[in-house]
Design a protein around this ligand. Structure first.
Ligand code: UD1
Ligand code: CA
Length: 464
């Protein structure tokens, strides 16, 4: 059955208390702009259309969302100036089909769950106005749900318009409703701003529904995080922790050992096989895959990488594959204090020790670089031992060149391999050598203290 669900996301408000030039709804939760959490929830519901109401920072918000989602199923409606939530939804009305069911959400309420909205849509049932509500011990600031003696919802009264008696009501409107468009549209057309804030209140549709004999139903939830809005940096941090805690609990329920769920951050997509163990203060960004039995030590940052079964990432390691990705092979040992950059492809049982940087290089099974070294644009064979302080000089100031180190080579300490260069299989390079020419298999190469004549040096030109 094709969905007739259309979602309106109010995102025109200013967010003064964020004290930031970034529009409020673009501030990230779990590495993703909060409005994108709301859009992704709408997509989980298979909404056939999402209309985002923009105002403050409209260009920036629209550009960011178009970059993330393209324009399929996503519309923008500008609200200038911002005259209230009813006025905001009025801007979306021309985009809404009469036979649609409309769900109204806010771009600054990121943690609402799809199943909660599904229940709200079911409560609306194609012919009712359904409100998502919650009871607060301290309802200050929220619109109160006013019910009659029989418990039927009669109105939502805003804090500033409420009588003392109404202010004692603890059930509040979450800001989220589901309603058929054919009912909503004529109510929107009737809104006025005759109230304490001189705003067009979306919440006034409740009294129109009551007057028209349309049933108003409340779907009451208990989970405050799902309706919590972000108005300040402190609230943003609070929701971030709640969100991360919930993700940690979900991972733990699938068997992942997280040493402290309060010190665990996923800012993207983390996929864990069985028996994964994650120590404190680790951050996972982009897409990260951890194979069976992988152990991640404390204080690691891992982004866009795949760590295969049995590998151990020791503390303080930084891995970022960016677009090229990083692979760490089975049983490899990485760190502490290692840095793996885009295109590092490490085979099984590779060892990368402290203060070793690897970029755009392939290391075959059993290769080791244990201390203070750089491997960039290199192809390293099986069982190579790469000494402390050695580097590939892969960049001549204009172009990058490859270094090939064949199987079973030993590179001593403090060597400079000036690319392009190949060290033949089984060869040894003596400590302190600067190697500028390829060497034969099995050869012992020692090249120390050779001076370059600066007068004769010609800077290479960039290759076309
Ligand atoms: C609104 C509800 C209130 C509810 C509360 C829940 C109304 C009149 N009141 O109040 O009953 O308890 O949410 O948080 O709806 N926005 C626009 N354009 C505008 C005004 C607001 O896009 O002209 C957006 C804001 O950016 C925000 C959302 O609408 O995302 C809600 O606006 P906000 O000012 O926070 O509404 P409240 O006064 O808190
Ligand atoms: Ca609010």
């Amino acid at each position: 059955m094709a969905s007739n669900l259309e979602v309106v996301i109010m995102a025109a408000g200013k967010g003064t208390r964020m004290k930031s030039s970034l529009p409020k709804v673009l501030h990230p939760v779990a590495g993703k702009p909060m409005v994108c959490h709301v859009i992704d929830t709408a997509r989980q519901l298979q909404a056939r259309q999402t209309v985002v109401i923009t105002g403050h920072g409209a260009e920036q918000v629209e550009a960011a969302l178009t970059a993330s989602y393209g324009s399929a199923g996503l519309q923008f409606a500008r609200q200038m100036p911002q005259l209230g939530t009813g006025h905001a939804v009025q801007q979306a009305a021309p985009h809404l089909a009469d036979e649609a069911t409309v769900v109204v959400l806010s771009g600054d309420v990121p943690l609402t769950q799809a199943d909660t909205l599904q229940a709200l849509i079911a409560a609306s049932g194609g012919d009712k106005l359904a409100l998502l509500t919650i009871e607060f011990v301290d309802p200050t600031g929220y619109g109160r749900i006013v019910r009659d003696a029989a418990g039927q919802v009669q109105a939502i009264v805003e804090q500033k318009d409420a009588s003392d008696e109404q202010r004692r009501i603890r059930e509040v409107y979450s800001g989220i409703m589901a309603v058929p468009a054919r009912l909503l549209k004529p109510w929107l057309a009737k809104l006025d701003n005759h109230n304490a804030q001189q705003e067009f209140y979306l919440t006034d549709v409740v009294k129109f529904a009551v007057a028209d004999g349309v049933p108003v139903v409340a779907h009451v939830i208990a989970d405050a995080a799902q309706v919590a809005g972000v108005n300040s940096p402190a609230q943003l941090a609070e929701l971030e922790r709640i969100h991360q805690r919930r993700r940690a609990e979900a991972f733990m329920s699938e068997g992942v050992r997280i040493i402290d769920p309060a010190r665990f951050d996923v800012r993207g997509e983390l996929v864990c096989a069985q028996d994964v163990q994650i120590d404190v203060n680790c951050i996972f960004e982009g897409r990260v895959e951890l194979g069976q039995g992988v152990k991640i030590g404390a204080n690691c940052v891992l982004a866009n990488c795949r760590i295969e079964a049995g590998a151990v990432i020791h503390p303080f390691t930084h891995i970022d594959g960016e677009k090229l990705g990083v692979t760490v092979g089975e049983g490899a040992l990485i760190g502490p204090f290692a840095r793996l950059r885009p295109g590092a492809q490490l085979g099984a049982e590779v060892h990368i020790g402290n203060f070793v940087e690897v970029k755009n290089s392939t290391l075959a099974k059993g290769a080791k670089a244990n201390h203070l070294a750089y491997l960039g644009d290199a192809t390293v064979g099986e069982r190579v031992n790469y000494g402390a302080g050695s580097i590939t000089a892969n960049y001549d100031g204009a172009n990058k060149h490859r270094t090939v180190i064949e199987a079973d080579v030993h590179i001593g300490s403090n060597c400079v391999l000036v690319a392009p260069v190949t060290i033949g299989a089984g060869g040894t390079v003596g400590g302190g050598s600067t190697i500028t020419k390829s060497t034969e298999p099995g050869a012992l190469s020692v090249a120390r203290g050779k001076q370059i004549s600066i007068a004769n040096y010609k800077r290479p030109q960039k290759m076309k």
